[in-house]
Design a protein around this ligand. Structure first.
Ligand code: MG
Length: 343
């Protein structure tokens, strides 16, 4: 078994602003897992505010490579992936990169797309939203026009009321498509958050993601009792262990491979969330079509998808999942369904 990795910097097509910061690139690490003449692909995307780095991912992936000697059969993911997880806490994006490459290898070796491996109907894949970051109204209008092929727009809010309202009004001046809102923990005052959500409810907004800071579960539960819109946890949920504590606090969760260590745990989170009556959304960081296509394999299981990460970068080095008339369209190719391409 050979595990290769290299740093790769994702260049964003537009500077991307959220409530806490703005950036123009995302550090990533690309991974190849080769065995028995078959190569699987994986990726770690590491927005700096989450704390992982390309150097840290390289060091952790080298530790995984050393561990693989203990596991002669790559199909034994139920042994391999827990052992990788136990190597060290954190490193969730590096763990996800390996998990994706291993699943891709398994799918390719079996000649099966992973959605078939997981028993899913690709025709049930949902629409994906297209994300518009925090920006000046003229830019927001231009980006909204650019998003015309999408059935759903996700907008980043979480600043003061007038700036947030200006974002929504800029979109509504050129489009009536449903909007999902991500406040990225920006509304620390619950009363103010409620007023903003009530205002949004009259503007064809479907739900609000992470209105309050991640540790404020009591404020989230208070808000949920009163909110006319469903509230979805993002920063408040990282891994499987976080899911049960959100029952009664949020209406649903946003699962991302880079937070939860990959496909194996993401699938378990979906199952547990469903058992608790929670809605499920599948999200992403800015990522190439490698990690996006991996997440898309699970998308027939979820209520909403925000898998636009590859559309936001200028140097996507994979072909994979496509968006056709706003809907996630899974390629009929084995594994995660990607083909590397020169950029
Ligand atoms: Mg979010």
């Amino acid at each position: 078994m050979i595990l290769r990795h290299r740093p790769y910097t994702l260049r964003l097509r537009h500077a991307f602003g959220i409530a806490s910061n703005t950036r123009t690139s995302t550090p990533a690490t690309l991974v190849e897992f080769e065995h028995d003449g078959v190569t699987g692909y994986g990726e770690a995307a590491m927005p700096p505010y989450l704390g992982e780095t390309q150097a840290g991912a390289a060091a952790f992936l080298d530790r995984i490579a050393a561990l693989l000697g203990d596991f002669p059969d790559p199909f034994r993911r139920e042994e391999i992936l827990p052992a990788v997880d136990a190597l060290a806490p954190g490193n969730s994006a590096a763990k996800a990169a390996f998990d994706i490459a291993l699943h891709d290898w398994i799918g390719r070796r079996l000649g099966l797309p992973l959605h078939r491996f997981f028993g899913l109907d690709p025709r049930r894949a949902p629409a994906t939203s297209f994300t518009i970051g925090i920006d000046a109204p003229a830019v927001v209008r231009a980006k909204t026009r650019e998003a015309a092929p999408y059935r759903l727009i996700k907008v980043k809010l979480g600043r003061d009321d007038s700036a947030d309202r200006a974002m929504i009004e800029a979109i509504r001046s050129v489009s009536n498509v449903p909007i999902t809102v991500d406040a990225n923990q920006g509304w620390a005052d619950r009363e103010r958050a409620l007023r903003m959500i009530e205002w949004l409810a009259g503007r064809n907004v479907l739900f609000v993601e992470q209105p309050v800071p991640k540790e404020q579960l009591e404020a989230a539960a208070w808000l949920r009792q009163r909110s006319p819109l469903p509230l979805i946890a993002d920063e408040s949920v990282q891994r499987l262990v976080d899911v049960p504590k959100l029952r009664g606090v949020y209406d649903g969760i946003n699962i991302k491979l880079m937070k939860c260590t990959g496909l194996r745990e993401a699938h378990r989170m979906i199952v547990v969330a469903r058992s608790l009556g929670l809605k499920v959304m599948l999200g992403c960081m800015t990522e190439t079509s490698c990690a996006i296509s991996a997440a898309a394999q699970l998308s027939p299981l979820v209520d909403w998808a925000d898998l636009d990460g590859a559309l936001l970068i200028a140097n996507d080095c994979f072909e994979g999942m496509t968006v056709v008339e706003g809907r996630i369209t899974l390629p009929d190719r084995p594994g995660i369904g990607v083909v590397p391409r020169a950029v």
